[in-house]
Write a protein that binds this ligand. Structure first.
Ligand code: BEZ
Length: 252
């Protein structure tokens, strides 16, 4: 069993990862939201994209596992709720389910997809994007090796699920959804701050597997290993993101 330790603090998140909602606009294009539609946003975070969907005229329910992020989304005036996406409580009430940069934190994808199918009206659509196979590959491998050198099996604490298109298509289809489009593509992403900020935001499960006294040297080793590959001469860091984007329909 893996153990996920991850805390979201919305100001810190926007400082180190403000690109996440901005780069999610491509998924919104695939969704093509229409005024009057009722949309569920899985992993709404602080609500940037939820707000975009609401501005398109949709009635949006945003859900997230983080109470801090839900609170930040509510401060924007959004209907945001703390809900476990692996146990969705909704029945045939949404025209569309949307998700950006959240599904890869959920280690039970079939439970998520089954809940999405229940939540959709017949003819509804599920459009999303998450990390695809090989996502943050260099970072992931460096974290794993640095833990291994300290006697920790990274698989035990790894919070991420990065599927191949084949894997995710099979799961969507076996739940009864019809896949319209599914694509995996590299998206190297320049970081607004640096890799230390990225690791502090996203890699808490790995870091907190170690006693506090060991964490600075662990992070130093990871940064030193990544620097030749992901930091340029001007000192700018780029994360080796790979995306998986899909659109699937529930039959009428
Ligand atoms: C992602 O958006 O792909 C991602 C973000 C943080 C950690 C892992 C993946």
């Amino acid at each position: 069993m893996s153990v996920t330790v991850q805390r979201w603090e919305s100001d810190h998140y926007m400082q180190h990862a403000g690109f996440v909602p901005k780069l999610g606009l491509g998924v919104v294009e695939w969704l093509a939201p229409k005024p009057g539609e009722r949309v569920l946003d899985i992993g709404c975070g602080e609500g940037s994209l939820t707000e975009t969907l609401a501005a398109a005229g949709c009635t949006v329910v945003g859900i997230d596992s983080s109470a801090e992020q839900v609170e930040a989304a509510r401060r924007r005036g959004l209907d945001a709720r703390v809900v476990d996406a692996q146990a969705l409580p909704f029945r045939q009430e949404f025209d569309a389910v949307f998700s950006n940069a959240a599904l890869h934190w959920m280690k039970h994808p079939d439970a998520v997809i089954a809940g999405v199918c229940r939540a959709l009206k017949p003819g509804g659509r599920f459009v999303g994007e998450c990390g695809g196979a090989g996502n943050v590959g260099a970072i992931h491998a460096a974290l794993g090796r640095a833990l291994q050198r300290r006697g920790v099996d990274a698989r035990r604490v790894d919070p991420w699920y990065f599927p191949t298109p084949e894997d995710y298509r099979a799961r969507l289809e076996s739940a009864g959804l019809q896949v319209r489009r599914i694509e995996r593509f590299p998206r190297p992403t320049p970081l607004p701050t640096d890799m230390a900020g990225w690791l502090a935001t996203f890699a808490q499960s790995f870091t907190q597997a170690l006693p506090p006294a060991e964490r600075p040297s662990f992070l130093g080793e990871v940064l030193a290993e990544l620097e030749p590959e992901l930091r340029d001469e001007e000192g700018r860091w780029t994360a080796d993101y790979v995306r998986l984007r899909f659109a699937a329909d529930k039959p009428v």
